[in-house]
Structures are given as structure tokens and as C-alpha cells.
Design a protein around this ligand. Structure first.
Ligand SMILES: C[S@@+](CC[C@H](N)C(=O)[O-])C[C@H]1O[C@@H](n2cnc3c(N)ncnc32)[C@H](O)[C@@H]1O
Length: 247
């Protein structure tokens, strides 16, 4: 999918803000090398840099990497696909926030990460768990259906038990694998949900004419309002999976 780095930075800064809670699982060690997988515009990569000797931010989106380099010129950022990593025995920690649910093949991903880690290295990650943004997705699917459009979710949101199993199958030792509800207030009041849809359902919306995009997002708002509008803001029904595991 295409990522709009400016929109992401301006309106979805909460993604990295929430991800800061994950940093407590990354020890401060000036000898360690860290890979920030799916680094986006680099907010968390810069926090990781303060905990490590070296840090590398990798992201599939050239636009995100350009924005990250402009914000943090002293940090290394490269364009790359998490499903095509070629690193071997290189990092003490692989860190990743809000990325794995965009990737269809977690088995392949974990094999790549294991290969990239030094023996005894650590994976620290958080992403969408089963049920994440279910109310938003259901409203979107129904609005599409009403217009004769087919919506097929592109997300991979596993249950923690299934992800723990995949980690074990790839010879990781799990320290922590949990799911938790994290209701998330979307910025920009009444416009919050439509901004969120424009960023995260960009692949579905962009092929449609502007008027159709407008009608679809308005209908999603109508359908989601009873469960997600609290009178002042949209509160998306996020459910996250957090994992810490060793290779
Ligand atoms: C929601 S953003 C999270 C960015 C950052 N980790 C943060 O916490 O702000 C998801 C990021 O995953 C990246 N991404 C999606 N698929 C990817 C892939 N196959 N390989 C590497 N990065 C990917 C996107 O380009 C995007 O920057």
C-alpha cells in the first residue's frame, strides 16, 4: 500500500506515541545493534538510537524513508521489504511497532527476523491482534457492500496463542505474548475517522472517484457512530498484540 508520510506525521503521530510503551522492553546497551522494522517516519528509531550503539531503520515505503532521513539525518534508514530481508546474524534486537498486521506471511517474516538476529537476540514487537479495529472494518465492509463493492481485509490480526505458536515453530523462546484492548482516540474531532480511513484504507479508497470516496466515508461514519463516537471524538477499537521473544 502507499503511505502518505506527511499525513501520517501530521495526523497519525499517535501510532508512534503509543509505541513508546514498547521501548521499556529494549535494554539500554551501547554495544547493541538494533533493527527498527517498518520504521515509518523514524520517531521510534530515534528513541532506539539513544539505547544502542547502532540502529538501522528499514521501511518498504520510499516516501516514509525520505521523511525519516530528513527528520533524523544522523540515523541510517533504508528502503526494504520485511518479507525479503537478507541480513544474517547482524542484530541484537529487532524492534517493530504497528507493522506486522500489514504482512500476510508471518512465518516467512519470523524466519527472516530469526536469521537477522544474533544467537540469543531479541524480538520486541507490537501490532494488531484479532479483533483490532473490528467495528471500523465491519462498518467499512458494509458500506462497500451497499455500493456493490467487494471489501477483502488485507490485515493479518492473529490471536496471541497462534502468534506464540508461530514463534515457537521458528525456534523463538517467548518471554511475553499478550493481547490487550487499547481504545484509541483519533485526532481532529469530527474528521478523525475519515482521516484515519483515508490513511489506512487508502488502497481501497483511492481507485474511486472523489465523490464516491466522500459518500463511502460518510456512510462508514454513520454506521460506526453508535459504537465509536463518544460525543467529542472518535475512539477506534484497537486491540494490540505485544510480544517479546529470544532467538
Ligand atoms: C503504521 S506505520 C508504523 C511506523 C512506525 N513503526 C511507527 O511506529 O510510527 C506501518 C509502517 O510499516 C511499513 N511497512 C508495511 N509493509 C512493510 C513491509 N513489507 N516491509 C517493511 N515495512 C513495511 C509501512 O511503510 C509503514 O511505514
Amino acid at each position: 500500500m502507499d503511505w502518505n508520510a506527511t499525513l501520517y506525521e501530521e495526523r497519525h503521530g499517535f501510532v508512534a506515541e503509543y509505541g513508546k510503551g514498547l521501548l521499556e522492553f529494549v535494554p539500554v546497551d551501547p554495544r547493541q545493534a538494533i533493527l527498527d522494522l517498518g520504521c515509518g517516519t523514524g520517531t521510534l528509531t530515534s528513541e532506539l538510537a539513544a539505547r544502542a550503539g547502532t540502529v538501522l531503520g528499514l521501511d518498504a515505503s520510499p516516501e516514509m524513508v525520505t521523511a525519516a532521513r530528513a527528520r533524523f539525518p544522523d540515523i541510517d534508514f533504508i528502503t526494504g521489504d520485511a518479507l525479503e530481508l537478507s541480513f544474517e546474524n547482524r542484530f541484537d534486537t529487532v524492534f517493530s511497532n504497528a507493522v506486522f498486521h500489514w504482512l500476510p506471511d508471518h512465518d516467512r517474516l519470523l524466519k527472516n527476523i530469526r536469521r537477522a538476529l544474533k544467537p540469543g537476540g531479541r524480538l520486541v514487537c507490537e501490532f494488531g491482534a484479532k479483533g483490532n479495529v473490528a467495528a471500523v472494518e465491519n462498518a467499512f465492509a458494509r458500506a462497500c457492500e451497499e455500493r456493490g463493492l467487494r471489501y477483502e481485509s488485507r490485515f493479518t490480526f492473529p490471536e496471541p496463542e497462534a502468534f506464540a505458536r508461530q514463534l515457537a515453530e521458528n525456534r523463538f523462546t517467548c518471554e511475553l505474548v499478550v493481547a490487550y484492548a487499547r481504545p484509541t482516540v483519533l485526532q481532529n474531532g469530527e474528521s478523525g475517522l475519515r482521516h484515519w480511513l483515508r490513511q489506512f484504507f487508502a488502497a481501497e479508497l483511492r481507485p474511486l472517484p472523489e465523490s464516491a470516496q466522500e459518500a463511502l466515508t460518510s456512510r462508514v461514519e454513520e454506521l460506526a457512530r453508535p459504537s465509536l463516537w463518544n460525543g467529542k471524538a472518535w475512539v477506534a477499537d484497537y486491540r494490540r498484540l505485544r510480544a517479546v521473544a529470544h532467538s
